[in-house]
Design a protein around this ligand. Sequence first.
Ligand code: NAD
Ligand code: DAU
Length: 332
Amino acid sequence: MTHLLVTGGAGFIGSNFVHHVVANTDDTVTVLDKLTYAGNRASLAGLPEDRVRLVVGDIADASVVDPLMAEADAVVHYAAESHNDNSLHDPRPFLDTNIIGTYTLLESARRHDVRFHHISTDEVYGDLELDDPARFTEQTPYNPSSPYSSTKAGSDLLVRAWVRSFGVRATISNCSNNYGPLQHVEKFIPRQITNVLRGERPKLYGAGQNVRDWIHADDHSSAVLAILAKGEIGETYLIGADGEKSNRDVVELILELTGQPADAYDLVADRPGHDMRYAIDSSKLRSSLGWSPSYADFTAGLAATIEWYRANESWWAPAKDGVEAFYASKGQ
Ligand code: NAD
Ligand code: DAU
């Protein structure tokens, strides 16, 4: 049995991971989460108390991190400021958490010789043109666009340096866009689903042509467990499920699945510096670790996600008005 320290485990992907670990392993988990606006205790509700413990604290505070690291066999580091639009409005928390927080964890893992898995994003590679046949690989040069993605790129480089300079036993994964239950309503898919559920129209940035490569959060979790079990120290693995879709196609599918007319959406102000397309080539992960995604059918996964938001309004409703007021102030 392994004891995992999961940072950011009360956020979207981290909480999905904790549920996945409880359902699929005998491991125990300590979640370290600051419970920012993006963290939610309710996302961990129903998990067995003898296997999952929540500690509320900041990953940038070494006095909080150190005792938790000392008792862990491995740390899986999800905690981050994660939303591009917020990073364009106020970049500072992105530096504090994504850079200083990751540095603090790495130093603690180094002191206690704890296996480290760093969760990162395909956005560190910048973007691709719509008509470019290329996809990102582990060899693609870093070229981040936003304050968010540049701080994630910086955190990845810290991890690489701590492996090489100090022998920290770390791996990195860069994943494409996740969808599924427990995602904050500020993000694209939950925002559009909850708009429709409230009788509002979905909002597409620009012309809606931008492409994202969607993967279900549960498939992200199974990939991370595979890397923890079999990944090679010092290696980077790209995680993706061949799910490229334009934002317009995703909105039209949400409208279809909820019985609305296909054109019942609004085009709104574009995101400054908006990355055009992300696309992941996950061949290395699949061939070297034998991983493959389970949610092959995006329409079925999206339909189940819509049903989750329909059934869990009490989870998302408290954040919805504030998020919409923020977007309205930006013409979005
Ligand atoms: P999220 O915003 O939903 O959750 C982030 C969590 O981190 C929250 O619970 C928050 O309270 C916590 N947190 C923030 N600052 C903290 C701090 N200083 N100390 C402790 N906890 C803190 O984010 P998410 O979408 O679940 O993303 C999780 C990770 O996955 C991030 O590292 C992100 O870069 C990465 N990622 C996300 C996606 C995606 O599609 N959402 C894709 C690839 C990679
Ligand atoms: O690629 C991985 C990244 O995916 C992660 O690193 C980030 O943490 C995660 O937030 C996500 O970043 P994106 O910027 O791609 O996700 P977001 O949900 O903000 O937007 C997805 C796309 O939808 C993007 O092209 C912007 C667009 N969009 C977004 C919102 C909120 C809209 O058209 N309308 C909207 O209302």
